[in-house]
Design a protein around this ligand. Structure first.
Ligand code: HEC
Ligand code: HEC
Length: 321
């Protein structure tokens, strides 16, 4: 009986810690951020921006809604897309600090309203317009003058959405949405793409091609750090360092978690978010499926073991009372 009482007390205190103290401490130390369920309507931007910017932002997102209601013509959009492809092409080089990403699966991984917004005004869409207050211009800024008619914007977006180039793999989604800024060591990816296989020179034992490649990566990273104010972190194991909720809300709207951050909103939709996550799990936590498979077996083992231990104790103490 005494054992049961002690056990009861331990259980009660553990539960108080688990459901009472820990969540309370957590809520005091981290502000809770509600996600917007991947709806890109500018509501949070308008709420959180400076007073004098509210009207501009309201107008901007209202215009986005109007364009979203237009019926886009993908055929006409393909012709206009040629202007985008001038920057967004295979083997694109650094432009204003960053390499324009491939848009191969843009229609599949980005939200429609976000795509409209990013063509209308990239800095505003990605919620980093606070960085471009003075003379500095966004590296994609010139798109505003190249494609500005509402119907043209609707057409390009219709083209991107129609062109869905097959099923997107987790890696493709990550590369298109994140890896122009974030390296992923465990995924063998740098901001320049897949790390090439190279060989050491037989006589010197030194891998000159690998060194040349490292230099190119270092130069790209220096340029990014200059553009963004700091080098974006390697995301190999971010899935273990941060909670899923933090990552979701951060990716959806970086400013919501880290006011003033230079990371732009990426505008991923549900599919884009899931694929990016799948890739982060693949590289950062490759043993997760095996662990989940093992979990219930371990618990079952402990239940049986506890039962046996109890029976054993009973039989050992039988004649001793
Ligand atoms: C002058 C070159 C240029 C042109 C023209 C251009 N872009 Fe971009 N685009 C960029 C660069 C550079 C970036 C990366 C910016 C960054 O990461 O800060 C980018 C980023 C993007 C992104 C990713 C946004 C995000 O953060 O997720 C999308 C989507 C995009 N562009 C679509 C388009 C479309 C559609 C067009 C044509 C209507 C277009 N771009 C025209 C240079 C350009
Ligand atoms: C245009 C560059 C750029 C792109 C694209 C980008 N990021 Fe970032 N990211 C940054 C920068 C810069 C930081 C550092 C933010 C800071 O500390 O202010 C950052 C920080 C982060 C962090 C760290 C947050 C923390 O404090 O732990 C995560 C997680 C992250 N990014 C995820 C992503 C994911 C996932 C994608 C693709 C869906 C992505 N980023 C795309 C620039 C970028």
């Amino acid at each position: 009986m005494k054992e049961l009482k002690i056990f009861g007390i331990v259980v009660v205190f553990t539960l108080i810690l688990y459901w009472g103290v820990e969540p309370f401490a957590h809520s005091q130390m981290h502000k809770h951020v509600e996600g917007a369920n991947l709806v890109y309507d500018g509501a949070a931007d308008i709420k959180e921006c400076a007073e004098d910017k509210k009207e501009t932002k309201k107008q901007f997102w209202a215009d986005v809604q109007k364009i979203a209601a237009l019926k886009g013509d993908p055929v006409a959009g393909e012709a206009t897309y040629a202007m985008c492809a001038g920057c967004h092409m295979e083997g694109a080089v650094n432009m204003g600090g960053v390499i324009p990403p491939s848009l191969e699966h843009a229609g599949a991984i980005y939200d429609k309203n976000f795509l409209i917004a990013v063509i209308k005004d990239p800095a505003m869409a990605t919620n980093v317009d606070h960085k471009y207050a003075d003379t500095m211009t966004h590296p994609m800024g010139s798109v505003k003058t190249m494609v500005s008619e509402p119907q043209d914007i609707a057409n390009v977006v219709a083209y991107l959405q129609a062109k869905k180039a097959g099923e997107v793999t987790p890696k493709e989604a990550y590369v298109e949405a994140c890896s122009r800024c974030h390296a992923n060591r465990y995924g063998k990816l740098t901001q320049l793409g897949d790390i090439p296989k190279t060989k050491s020179n037989i006589a010197t034992g030194k891998d000159i091609d690998a060194m040349k490649y490292q230099q190119k990566v270092a130069e790209e990273e220096a340029s990014l750090a200059n553009y963004l104010g700091k080098l974006p972190p390697d995301l190999s194991i971010i899935i273990r360092a941060r909670s899923e909720h933090f990552l979701h809300t951060f990716i959806e709207d970086p400013q919501s978690q880290l006011a003033g951050t230079a990371m732009p909103r990426t505008g991923v939709n549900k599919e884009g978010m899931e694929k990016v996550f799948a890739y982060l799990e693949e590289t950062g936590d490759p043993s997760k499926p095996a662990r989940e498979e093992l979990g219930w077996k371990v618990i079952l083992f402990f239940i049986i073991f506890t039962g046996l231990a109890f029976l054993w104790k009973k039989s050992m103490w039988k004649g001793h009372h």
